[in-house]
Design a protein around this ligand. Structure first.
Ligand SMILES: [Ca+2]
Length: 500
């Protein structure tokens, strides 16, 4: 049940578009501007607008509203359209589709980076990964330096706002005591510290000596032979069921469908007619969907559906590495893949739901980024972002509530580490224009035999990023080069400070 203040907030944001939107104490004046074809009944108006009007005029009242629980699910290497609701036609993804039906789905959610560690760094700091010293993957070996402990992370922000904070799954943001999850704002942590594990032995096999990587609160734990998927679900259920007055924040960095592709047998059987490697990848996506479904069902059974924000989002596009048999995932109409700054590397499936408070079954096409969750969740959690903390992410609450709200981003910047490498790949976006430096596409051969230095595209006219306009649009090329240089200059001192 919604309390009166939640009703007030819901009313504030459910005003039909034909009416003037109440967003300040000027509301009574603006109400007179209602279209004459729909004369408002004064009692209807009072009933509909008064709670929202009060909440808008007396924010302190609104602050007394309960803080929602937050379940932030960050999937791993899931392709841009790899759920039914995002356009896949050969997958079974009832949970993700259901979350989209009861929430808002984004068609233009752009990851902070097209690779694991920096994408997570952008999510948890609200800042461009290079700015926080994490422009590339962080070591999967013990002792690997990660995000600097002095940075202010989302779990710290939420803990300071009264939340209990829990990490489950992959970390990949530091493998020293002070940079593991318990050192970075999480009250509890269960999962692996490197980039991936075998889901039954919990060993990392992808370089160096094969090594066990499963940890609970900074201590190594062994669950030989037990499926990591089930272990993560049990952990989430246990946390949700805890008797604790504080709201929970669960960062569930589910390490699926990242390789090794270890879908459940029933899904392997289901997809046996699909060609390889799509069949193996699809089985893993549906297995992941099933795990997420178990946790969502647990939240429902606990009666916490209306008190819980659930975000489901991939960290970046699908992998085309040998370890995934060169593919399996799909970027649909977009070009590129994991590691690439083309849209197929950056544009990710993303849904947010908070039934009773946010719109349901709606779609947003505005340009938003993974860095935006930090300030947006801060708002919903009534957490205070320090005045001195500069964020690249923007509050997208208005976008989530309205298809008409403009994107808060006019521009954005994605980059590898350029501090010592002038050939570092980067991409800069302004409006519909995007410029890529040393673009990467491991699948489509380049017409000229090799990649151009610059690739300029207008995403509105060419969403598949097929035609390079760098030679034709000299002024736009120069403008975006200048913008990228400005980003680089501004970010470098922050990068150096974060690396100290
Ligand atoms: Ca990943």
């Amino acid at each position: 049940m919604l309390n009166p203040l939640q009703h007030a907030r819901a009313a504030l944001h459910s005003v039909p578009r034909t009416h003037a939107k109440i967003d300040s104490c000027t509301a009574p004046l603006r109400l007179r501007l209602l279209p004459p074809s729909h004369p408002p009944n004064i009692f209807t108006v009072i009933r509909q607008f008064l709670p929202g009007f009060l909440a808008a005029c007396f924010p302190l009242l609104a602050l007394a509203a309960p803080q929602p629980n937050i379940l932030l699910i960050y999937a791993d290497d899931q392709g841009s359209i790899d759920a039914n609701c995002f356009g896949a036609t050969d997958l079974v993804t009832p949970t993700i589709d259901q979350l989209a039906k009861r929430g808002v789905r984004f068609t233009q959610m752009l990851a902070p980076a097209p690779v694991c560690s920096p994408s997570r760094a952008g999510l948890l700091t609200g800042r461009i990964p290079m700015r926080v010293g994490a422009p590339g993957n962080i070591s999967s070996s013990r002792g690997g330096k990660g995000l600097a402990p002095h940075l202010y992370l989302l779990p710290e922000l939420l803990r300071d706002a009264g939340y209990r904070t829990h990490h489950i799954g992959k970390w990949h943001l530091g493998y020293t005591e002070e940079t593991m999850p318990n050192g970075q704002g999480f009250d509890s942590s269960f999962g692996h510290m490197g980039g991936c594990i075998d889901n039954y032995s919990h060993f990392f096999y992808w370089n160096g000596p094969n090594r066990h990587d499963l940890w609970r609160n900074g201590k190594e734990v062994w669950h030989d032979g037990e499926g990591f998927g089930g272990l993560m679900v049990e952990e989430a259920k246990r946390i949700i069921a805890q008797k604790d007055k504080r709201p929970f924040f669960i960062y569930w960095a589910i390490n699926w469908p990242h390789y090794p592709l270890q879908g459940f047998d029933k899904w392997r059987e289901h997809y046996k007619e699909l060609p390889s490697p799509r069949n193996k990848y699809a089985a893993f996506v549906s297995s992941m969907d099933e795990l997420v479904g178990e946790v969502v069902a647990h939240i429902e059974a606990a009666g916490k559906t209306k008190d819980t924000v659930i975000i489901f989002q991939s960290d970046h596009g699908h992998s085309v590495e040998e370890r995934t048999f060169g593919g399996g995932g799909s970027a649909g109409p977009y070009r590129g893949h994991k590691f690439s700054f083309f849209e197929g590397g950056l544009r990710v499936p993303s849904v947010v739901s908070w039934p009773g408070t946010l719109p349901q079954g709606e779609v947003r096409d505005q340009f938003v980024t993974g860095c935006d969750w930090f300030p947006t969740l801060a708002k919903w959690a009534q957490a205070r972002v320090p005045d001195t903390l500069f964020l690249d992410g923007k509050d997208i609450d208005a976008v989530i509530r309205s298809a008409q709200a403009p994107s808060p981003h006019e521009q954005f910047f994605w980059t590898q580490d350029y501090s010592r490498n002038k050939n570092a790949r980067w991409a800069v976006r302004k409006g519909d224009w995007k410029l890529l430096h040393h673009p990467q596409d491991n699948i489509t051969p380049w017409k000229e035999g090799k990649a151009p230095k610059y690739f300029l595209v207008n995403l509105k006219r060419d969403q598949g990023e097929r035609t390079n306009l760098a030679g034709k649009e000299a002024a736009k090329l120069a403008e975006l080069q200048g913008l990228a240089e400005a980003y680089q200059k501004r970010i470098l001192p922050d990068f150096e400070a974060a690396r100290k």
